[in-house]
Design a protein around this ligand. Structure first.
Ligand code: XMP
Length: 591
């Protein structure tokens, strides 16, 4: 192993062995919330490459131990004397490797279940009786390995939890890391402190001086250039560099794509100018982006063109300044999950390439010209760092906003079309993206009268030809008289959307609704009355933890009425709808 440098973060005490599940980062975050530094490695990592770990947690994953090539953990890892907790697939893997038996299930079990603790043990210390837990699995363990005993069971899963206390090996079929498992955090706490004997060593803000030293070492006399997006990550990363190197050696350029929300450029300028006068500039690329998008309707095509244009503009900006010489390196706000998703682990090829890892960036990495001060941190921790450095809450608590901007919220249609009458409502032939299981859908939307979320859930489960249900809040005459118009992304339509979005944001901040939701996309669809009013607006307030799943949130009636009335005053807008669909089967964005 290479020598440890004094400015590296301390070594993790707990390692999460990633078997490809979406929950693996959640587990590491939960351990860090306990004040213990945890990291993530591919499940196959030999124990020899994980020196000094006090405990290992094998994550859940979508595989079956019987599928060829499914993720595995080496037997030597389980026999190294380091305590191990296997979660879901992790428990199955552990049983499979140690001589137990896994039953290959046909039907999955997803949702709440009740665990009976059948034997007192250190994992369930302080947790008694019947426990609400979250299950998400197909296979299950039906034969215990030698030395293990049963410690918990549910009605549908007789082997709910197992233990070999002597060897400190534990397995649970349910997910302790999700909030639906009410005593889950207590169980992780029992594992981390009681069983592994870890000590508290993690407080993100205490890492600030370490990260600053890291930045100075990597910069090694050179200056740092940032593309600022106005988002939390790049702003916090920039601020760390500023503190480490001083204002003369840090520069930020903001690319104005013309696809941003109202007032965004001014907001970002304000934040950066208050941080460091003079080292910030706006690069106007509106014409280039709108030119690329002219005539484009298909959502993936939009994304691809915007992504490519970003890279091209960045290249031009770098080449036009003196940033391309050896005295400059690039700074990025890449956070921990981003590094893992794009090449950090073997499972990475399943996930899309992250924009922080495109070819040009790989070249800078190879030349040792990239600094990513947040690469070990999770989003919540980044916010804590930002707060500790005095960044305004207004910036740190912003809702997430997609990189490609309003372009993905401005929907398009080829040719004119009528709405189609169904027994349940009107089928609007504007297609939008949805997600079912791991696959994408692209389907029309059902328009109904009356914002009844329960009814919408019933409809979406029954009608397979749509992936969304929306209710009309105001405007328009007879729904059946509305039409879908031929449309592309134009400056006029973007401006319409920008104004509607600004109205929604103002009213939701004023009313306090903004704080009760996780995100509030506002979408423009080419469904209207006539050529003078060819578009409608869809409101999409959602509740979520991490964007992976989301719940559609009702808007209080009075607020909905005000939003609708103000939006209907924007020229060109015929009606206002509310999206009633959860994710899945819809996505948060419409695209
Ligand atoms: P979906 O629509 O997939 O969105 O349910 C999940 C979350 O991801 C955000 N999102 C993006 N964020 N660049 C980003 O930085 C993107 O290209 C992008 N696309 C979607 C979306 O706003 C939601 O919070």
């Amino acid at each position: 192993m290479r020598e440890r440098l004094s400015y590296e973060l301390d070594q993790a005490q707990i390692t999460v062995l990633d078997t490809g599940g979406q929950y693996c980062h959640l587990i590491a975050r939960r351990v860090r919330e306990l004040g213990v530094y945890a990291d993530v490695h591919p499940s196959e990592t030999p124990i020899g490459e994980l020196p000094g770990r006090r405990g290992l947690i094998i994550s859940g994953g979508p595989s079956s131990v019987y599928e060829p090539g499914s993720p595995t953990v080496e037997r030597s890892t389980l026999e190294a004397g380091v305590p191990v907790l296997g979660i879901c697939y992790g428990q199955q893997l552990m049983a499979h490797q140690l001589g137990g038996h896994v039953h290959k299930g046909e039907k999955g079990e997803y949702g709440l279940a009740h665990l009976e603790i059948v034997k007192a043990n250190p994992l369930f210390e302080g947790v008694a009786g019947r426990q609400q837990v979250w299950m998400s699995h197909r296979d299950k363990v039906d034969g215990l390995p030698a030395g293990f005993e049963l410690i918990g069971a549910t009605e549908t899963c007789p082997v709910g939890a197992i233990a070999d206390a002597g060897r400190k090996l534990y397995g649970v079929q349910f997910h302790p890391e999700v909030v639906q498992t009410l005593a889950g955090q207590r169980m992780l706490e029992n594992f981390v402190f009681g069983i592994c004997g870890a000590v508290k060593d993690w407080e993100p803000t205490h890492q600030i001086p370490v990260v600053e030293e890291q930045i100075r070492q990597i910069a090694n006399g050179r200056s740092v250039f940032f593309f600022a997006s106005g988002g939390v990550d790049s702003t916090v990363a920039y601020t760390l560099c500023l503190q480490a190197l001083g204002a003369e050696r840090v520069h930020a350029t903001y690319v104005d794509t013309g696809l941003m929300r109202e007032g965004e450029t001014e907001f970002v300028r304000g934040v950066f100018e208050s941080l460091a006068k003079g080292s910030f500039e706006v690069h106007d690329a509106k014409r280039e982006f709108l030119g690329q998008l002219a005539g484009v309707r298909e959502p993936e095509q939009k994304r691809k063109l915007i992504g490519e244009e970003f890279v091209a503009v960045q290249q031009r900006v770098l080449e036009s300044g003196h940033y391309f010489d050896g005295d400059w390196i690039l700074g990025q706000g890449t956070i921990y999950p981003d590094t893992i998703e794009s090449g950090g682990t073997k499972k990475a090829d399943l996930i899309k390439t992250h924009h922080n890892r495109v070819d040009g960036i790989q070249k800078l990495i190879a030349e040792n010209r990239l600094v990513e001060p947040l690469r070990e941190f999770y989003k919540d921790e980044v916010r804590q760092l930002g707060r500790a450095m005095g960044l305004p809450d207004e910036l740190l608590d912003r809702h997430p906003f997609p990189g490609p901007g309003l372009a993905i919220r401005c929907l398009c249609h080829e040719g004119e079309a009528a709405l189609e009458r169904l027994d349940e409502g009107w089928l609007v032939p504007v297609h939008s993206v949805g997600v079912q299981g791991d696959s994408r859908s692209y389907r029309p939307v059902l328009a109904i009268e009356g914002a009844d979320h329960g009814k919408a859930t019933e409809l979406i489960n029954r009608l397979t030809q749509v992936n969304r249900v929306m209710a009309r809040l105001g405007g328009g005459g007879e729904l059946g008289a509305m039409r879908v118009f031929d449309s592309t992304i134009t400056e006029e339509r973007l401006e319409r959307l920008r104004r509607a979005d600004a109205i929604v944001r103002r009213l939701s901040v004023e009313s306090g609704f903004e704080n009760r939701i996780w995100q509030f996309p506002v979408v423009l669809i080419p469904c209207g009355e006539d050529k003078a009013k060819p578009d409608s607006v869809v409101l999409r307030p959602i509740e979520s933890v991490d964007g992976m799943t989301a719940t559609a949130v009702p808007i209080p009636a009075e607020l909905a009425a005000r939003m609708s009335a103000e939006i209907l005053m924007v020229p060109g807008i015929a009606a206002v709808f509310l999206d009633l669909t959860h994710k899945p089967p819809a996505t948060i964005e419409w695209e």
